[in-house]
Design a protein around this ligand. Structure first.
Ligand SMILES: CSCCC(=O)C(=O)COP(=O)(O)O
Ligand SMILES: [Mg+2]
Length: 228
């Protein structure tokens, strides 16, 4: 029986275009100036030190780190340090009302229904935990953060690695057969399935002909009884 549902964000709850055409450019346009002025802020300094460790350059200057972060952004590298810094910059955008977190219209009602049925709801995205809380906290459907009891990011591992799903299950103290992962990306679902999870693929845009996961177009097409 499914007892917890863990959802991806980009392409699953949220239009990929919101992430790539609103969030990513917003951070990109501000990143260099932000780091030049704010690199001593404790949370920023910690992310920059983590980046120095990540690239094995303990003495890297702020300018060298900025260059590295632009390379990451150009290649959509899911670096934990980049994701933390993007989240810090996005906070200003959400708080100023520059944008709200996009959600497909089927998402909030279904999350509320599952919560009312007693299911545990969690998020797993490459975006930092703080960025996840911002997107759901300042969403098109209002503040949905009370619905969620867990948030996971690349600190548990990469989304295409089976070990990440084993780590999440361990943290939730639930057996994998009680867990359902929702994502638009077949390789992420493959990794979750190898960890023993149930899986369901959201097809928001183009069909995925190579997938053998159960596919739906909307959250209200997900029938939990199907996962035995
Ligand atoms: C918290 S929304 C921003 C998501 C993000 O930064 C990202 O890179 C999406 O990656 P994912 O692996 O979740 O598709
Ligand atoms: Mg996705």
């Amino acid at each position: 029986m499914i007892r917890a549902i863990v959802t991806d964000i980009e392409g699953t709850t949220t239009d990929i275009r919101f992430v790539h055409q609103v969030l990513f450019p917003y951070a990109r346009q501000r990143l260099a100036e932000f780091l030049r002025h704010e690199h001593e802020q404790p949370d920023v300094a910690a992310a920059l030190d983590a980046l120095r460790t990540e690239i094995d350059r303990p003495q890297a200057s702020i300018e060298a780190l900025i260059e590295q972060l632009f390379t990451y952004m150009d290649n959509d590298v899911k670096s934990t340090s980049l994701k933390v810094l993007q989240g810090i910059i996005w906070r200003t955008g959400y708080e100023n009302g520059d944008f709200r977190g996009h959600l497909y219209d089927d998402v909030a009602p279904q999350l509320e229904a599952w919560k009312a049925e007693g299911l545990q709801l969690c998020v797993y995205s490459s975006g930092s935990v703080d960025a996840q809380k911002l997107l759901f906290g300042y969403s098109d459907a209002g503040d949905l953060t009370p619905l969620f009891s867990g948030y996971f990011d690349t600190r548990v591992g990469a989304k295409r690695e089976t070990e990440s799903y084993q780590n999440i299950a361990e943290q939730l103290i639930l057996p994998p057969q009680d867990l359902l992962f929702l994502s638009d990306i077949r390789q992420e679902l493959d990794a979750a399935r190898l960890a023993g999870w149930h899986t369901c693929q959201l097809i928001r845009d183009d069909a995925d002909e190579l997938s053998d996961h159960l596919q739906v177009n909307r959250f209200d097409q997900i029938a939990l009884e199907a996962f035995l």
